[in-house]
Design a protein around this ligand. Structure first.
Ligand code: PT1
Length: 277
């Protein structure tokens, strides 16, 4: 489970934990509050994260936070492709595209993306076949329901067993479709159709997910599970996010998805040093 190699020949060594910086081009992150995301702003944001220690830049054009509406293919392409092109032209970083749509996967990888990050774990029409054809790493995430309604009444008998069974099934589907197991990353999907108790149990049991022998990606940055415990708004959740990032590494995570790259990179390095002497 040591190195991901993209179809462009770029590699990501996972012998120590890596930082995935979040680059949003969804409307809540439009600097002008208007309809058009400026790729120059995005590029500047990405370069800042790289200078702060990001190993991967994750670019998404669909908001998947609770309550978010679906976005059209044209809108998603317009948000994401120019940004990937710019970032690819300017840097040699590992680029991940956060999408569930096969057409976005195809165009993003053609524009230089190295990895597919799919919160729907390649369940959308054509996604499995497309990812297999592209021969590039894929992150498979668990979600119960769809973003718009996933937090309404999430239910599990055994959240850990059910998330693991789901990932097991998606890993098999990927292997049947011709995706190499060594190209897969798994993610329990914090905040995706889970109550606070579900999220906390899943987090404590991150070590259970090591049984797949695949790298584990954890995304909890500024999420409502922190808001629910601390009763604080999003803009005050960085310290708790950093604490969880350190804990996640301690519990076996290989990739941490975050808004706050510098702080998270320090916490991750420190926790990795203690865990691996
Ligand atoms: C994630 C993730 C993601 N999260 C991966 N990709 C988001 N692999 C987008 C909240 O509860 O964890 N892993 N792509 C962002 N989605 C959310 C979900 C944001 C829930 C916020 C919440 O506040």
């Amino acid at each position: 489970m040591n190195v991901l190699v993209s179809c462009h020949g770029r590699s990501l060594d996972l012998s120590c934990p890596r930082i995935m910086g979040i680059l949003n081009s969804t409307p809540d992150s439009f600097s002008d509050g208007g309809r058009f995301f400026n790729p120059d702003d995005g590029l500047r944001q990405a370069e800042k994260m790289l200078a702060e220690g990001a190993d991967i830049i994750d670019i998404g054009g669909e908001s998947t936070r609770p309550g978010a509406q679906a976005v059209s293919l044209d809108e998603e392409l317009a948000r994401v492709i120019p940004l990937i092109e710019r970032l690819r032209a300017e840097t040699d970083t590992f680029i991940s595209v956060d999408t569930s749509k096969s057409a976005v996967m195809r165009e993003a990888v053609a524009a230089g993306a190295d990895m597919i990050n799919d919160v729907r774990a390649l369940r959308e029409q054509g996604a499995l076949e497309t990812a297999a054809a592209l021969q590039t790493p894929v992150c498979l995430m668990h979600m119960q329901g769809e973003p718009r309604s996933m937090q309404h009444q999430p239910e599990y008998e055994d959240v850990v067993a059910e998330v693991k069974a789901f990932l097991e099934a998606r890993i098999s589907a990927c292997e049947k479709a011709g995706i190499l197991r060594t190209q897969l990353v798994i993610d329990p999907g914090f905040g995706f159709g889970k109550s606070l108790a579900h999220n906390l149990v899943l987090f404590r049991r991150i070590p259970d997910f090591q049984s797949f022998g695949l790298p584990i990606l954890i995304g909890v940055s500024r999420k409502s599970m922190i808001g629910a415990v601390l009763d604080i708004p999003m803009q005050e959740r960085m310290p708790a996010s950093v604490a969880l990032a350190g804990l996640a590494v301690w519990l076996g995570a290989s990739i941490i998805r975050t808004h706050d790259v510098r702080e998270t990179a320090d916490a991750v390095k420190m926790c990795h040093a203690v865990a691996n002497l």
